[in-house]
Design a binder for this molecule. Structure first.
Ligand code: IDP
Length: 141
């Protein structure tokens, strides 16, 4: 499997719990390197555009409300099989169904405030990374 990049977001609930370091530590221990990172307070347009594919879903308004409720940390992670590896570290979307030891199992309680986002395919990784970072903000080792 080739080296990939994926977009990770530490969501407002995990930032509020002071869990930024513990979550990033899990990425690093799994051999994912942070090659770009910044803290942002999203507005409705930025959060809504990011989740545009969910626009018609009943939870869209709540999702945007949650993602704008406090600062987030967005990062580009790089490594072997980074997209699937990050999804594995994150656990299932619903923390109640997330495997023990995953980020969502350990840091989240509900599906609407589930600690982290991670790209789910190479196509979404490419779109999502470009949504938050210019090429000059990414620093491969
Ligand atoms: P993912 O984050 O695991 O990729 P998606 O299905 O892409 O999951 O959903 C995006 C986000 O929308 C989820 O992380 C979660 O915060 C929120 N979400 C998904 N399904 C529901 C739901 O049924 N109720 C409330 N929020 C939801």
């Amino acid at each position: 499997m080739a080296t990939q990049r994926t977009l990770s977001i530490i969501k407002p609930d995990a930032v509020a719990k002071n869990a930024i370091g513990e979550i990033i530590s899990r990425f690093e221990k799994a051999d994912l390197q942070v090659v770009a990172a910044k803290m942002l307070k999203l507005d409705d347009d930025k959060a809504g555009g990011f989740y545009a594919e969910h626009k018609e879903r009943p939870f869209f308004k709540d999702l945007v409300g949650f993602m704008t409720s406090g600062p987030v940390v967005v990062q580009v992670l790089e490594g072997e099989d980074a997209i699937a590896k990050n999804r594995e570290l994150m656990g299932a979307t619903n923390p109640k169904e997330a495997a023990p030891g995953t980020i969502r199992a350990d840091f989240a309680e509900t599906i609407d405030a589930n600690a982290v986002h991670g790209s789910d395919s190479p196509e979404s990784a490419e779109r999502e990374i470009a949504y938050f970072f210019g090429a000059d903000e990414i620093c491969p080792r």
